[in-house]
Design a protein around this ligand. Structure first.
Ligand SMILES: Nc1ncnc2c1ncn2[C@@H]1O[C@H](COP(=O)(O)OP(=O)(O)O)[C@@H](O)[C@H]1O
Ligand SMILES: O=C(O)[C@@H](O)C(=O)COP(=O)(O)O
Length: 426
C-alpha cells in the first residue's frame, strides 16, 4: 500500500475531522489509532491519518511520538506529511505545535513550513496572521476559557514564535490570493530572511486550494482540515488518485447493539448540545468534585445507565461551565482535574460497551482519546458526515466487534448534534 498523503493528528477528534475532509475530497482514507500493528489488515487507501494524543503532553513526548509516526508514514510512500492541529490553534507557550512542526521539518529537510489553522467550513479564518472563530478574534471567543489550553492571543505569528526555535513569518492574504507563484515567491523571500515557519492567511476554500498546491510540493505542512482540503484537491488534480465507486455509506452498515454518549468537553457548543438533548433523552450530569475524590460517582453513573440504555440512547456528561471548571481546577489543579475526569469518562464508556453499547458518541478531543485508548480500537473507516468535521466512524479490528463511533470536537456541531448523530448511527 503506497500512501499518497500522510497525516499525524495531535488528537483523535481532529484526526476524524481531517479523515472526513480527505474522504469528502476524493481520497480513500483510514484513521489509525497510533501506529498500527503490523498484523492489522488495512485497506488499499490513498491517505492515512495517524491519531496521536499529543496536544497537551510534554513537548518532548509529543515530538518523539510524531517523529515515529512520520517515519512510519514515509516508509509507506508518503512524500508529504500534514501535521493536523486544531483549527483554534490549541497549544501553550511550551508547545506543541512549534516543537513538533520543527522536528518534522528538520527530519524532512524542509525550508519554510506553511502553517494555517484556517477551516472556513467551521468559521475559522486567518487574516494578517490573526485567527477568527466565526466573527470573533480567537482571544475573544469561547476558546479563552478552554480547560486545558485557554487561548489569549489571536496573533498566530506571535503565538507560534513563543513556542518555537525557528523564526516565524507571515504569508499574507495578498500573496495567497495572487496565487501559487506569489506564495512561492513570498516563501523564498522569508527563507532569505532566515525564517523557518510561516503562518498563512486563508479566508476561503480557494485560498486553501492555493496553499495545498504549494504545500504538496514540500515535505511537511501544519494545519487543520482546511489545509487537508487543499492538499486533497491538489492531489486529485494531479491525477494520482485512482477513481473508486464506493461511498461513505458503505462504511456504516448497521451494527445493532445499544447507543450512548459520554461528554467531557466543556466548550460552549457542547454545553448547549447537552441542554437541547436533555429535552428528548436521558442526560446524567456527573458531579466532577465526586469524580476527583473517589470512584463512587463512576459506579453511580453505570448504575444510572442500567436499564435506560436498553430503552434508547442516553448521555453521561462531566461537562461544566467555565466558572465550575475554574472552581474545580483551583482546588485540584488543571492537569489533575483533566486527567481524572478523562479517566472516569473512559471507564464509564468502556463499561457501557461491556454492557452492549455498540454505537457510541464521545464529545471532546482529550475525552475521545481516553475513551478510544481504553477500548483499544486500532483504526477506523470513515462514514458519512454528521456535522462539518464530525463523521460516523466504523471500527476496524476492534475486539468488541464492529462498532460505530462519533468523536465530536467540543466546538463542532449544531444544537441538535446528539439526536442527529444517534439517528445516523441507527
Ligand atoms: N467539570 C469539569 N471540570 C474540569 N475539567 C473538566 C470537566 N469536565 C471535563 N473536564 C476536562 O476538560 C477537558 C476537555 O477537553 P476535551 O475533551 O479535549 O474537550 P474539547 O474538545 O472541548 O477541547 C478534558 O481534559 C476533560 O477531562
Ligand atoms: O480542527 C479542529 O477544530 C478539530 O479537528 C479539532 O482538532 C478539535 O479539537 P477538540 O476541540 O479538542 O476536540
Amino acid at each position: 500500500m503506497a500512501i499518497l498523503l500522510g497525516s499525524i493528528a495531535d488528537d483523535y477528534t481532529g484526526a476524524s475531522d481531517l479523515a472526513n475532509t480527505l474522504t469528502k475530497n476524493g481520497l480513500r482514507t483510514v484513521q489509525t489509532v497510533g501506529i498500527p500493528d503490523a498484523g492489522l489488515a488495512l485497506l488499499e487507501v490513498d491517505a492515512v491519518v495517524v491519531s496521536l494524543k499529543i496536544r497537551s503532553v510534554a513537548a518532548a513526548a509529543a515530538v518523539a511520538a510524531a517523529t515515529e509516526a512520520d517515519r512510519w508514514l514515509r516508509q509507506r510512500g508518503a512524500n508529504h506529511v500534514l501535521y493536523k492541529i486544531c483549527s483554534t490553534f490549541d497549544s501553550t507557550d511550551e508547545g506543541n505545535i512549534g516543537p513538533v512542526t520543527e522536528a518534522l521539518a528538520n527530519t524532512a529537510g524542509s525550508n519554510v513550513v506553511l502553517v494555517t489553522p484556517a477551516f472556513p467550513a467551521t468559521g475559522r479564518t486567518v487574516f494578517q496572521g490573526h485567527l477568527f472563530v466565526g466573527g470573533q478574534l480567537l482571544n475573544e471567543s469561547p476558546l479563552k476559557d478552554h480547560p486545558l489550553n485557554p487561548m489569549h492571543d489571536a496573533n498566530l505569528v506571535r503565538v507560534l514564535a513563543r513556542q518555537s526555535r525557528r523564526t516565524v513569518g507571515l504569508v499574507d492574504l495578498a500573496a495567497v490570493s495572487a496565487g501559487q507563484e506569489a506564495v512561492r515567491a513570498r516563501l523564498d523571500a522569508l527563507l532569505a530572511q532566515g525564517i523557518g515557519m510561516a503562518i498563512a492567511d486563508a479566508i476561503f476554500e480557494g485560498d486553501l486550494e492555493t496553499l495545498g498546491e504549494v504545500a504538496l510540493k514540500t515535505p511537511v505542512s501544519t494545519g487543520a482540515s482546511g489545509l487537508g482540503l487543499g492538499l486533497a484537491r491538489a492531489l486529485t488534480r494531479s491525477g494520482q488518485v485512482p477513481s473508486r465507486s464506493e461511498t461513505t455509506a458503505d462504511a456504516i452498515r448497521p451494527v445493532g447493539g445499544m447507543a450512548a454518549a459520554v461528554a467531557g468537553s466543556c466548550s460552549r457548543a457542547t454545553l448547549r448540545q447537552l441542554d437541547v438533548a436533555a429535552r428528548s433523552m436521558p442526560v446524567l450530569r456527573l458531579d466532577p468534585e465526586k469524580l476527583l475524590v473517589g470512584s463512587d460517582e463512576v459506579a453511580a453513573a453505570i448504575s444510572w445507565a442500567g436499564d435506560r440504555i436498553s430503552l434508547g440512547p442516553a448521555i453521561i456528561a462531566a461537562s461544566a461551565s467555565p466558572e465550575e471548571v475554574c472552581r474545580l481546577q483551583s482546588r485540584h489543579g488543571r492537569d489533575a482535574s483533566g486527567h481524572a475526569i478523562e479517566t472516569a469518562t473512559s471507564v464509564i464508556a468502556a463499561e457501557l460497551v461491556t454492557r452492549g453499547v455498540r454505537r457510541l458518541v464521545v464529545a471532546g478531543g482529550e475525552t475521545s482519546g481516553a475513551v478510544v485508548d481504553r477500548l483499544a480500537i486500532p483504526a477506523f473507516l470513515i462514514g458519512p458526515e454528521i456535522a462539518p468535521g464530525v463523521p460516523v466512524l466504523r471500527t476496524i479490528g476492534s475486539v468488541h466487534g464492529d462498532m460505530l463511533l462519533a468523536l465530536k470536537s467540543g466546538n463542532f456541531g449544531d444544537e441538535n448534534f446528539f439526536a442527529t448523530a444517534f439517528e445516523m448511527m441507527d
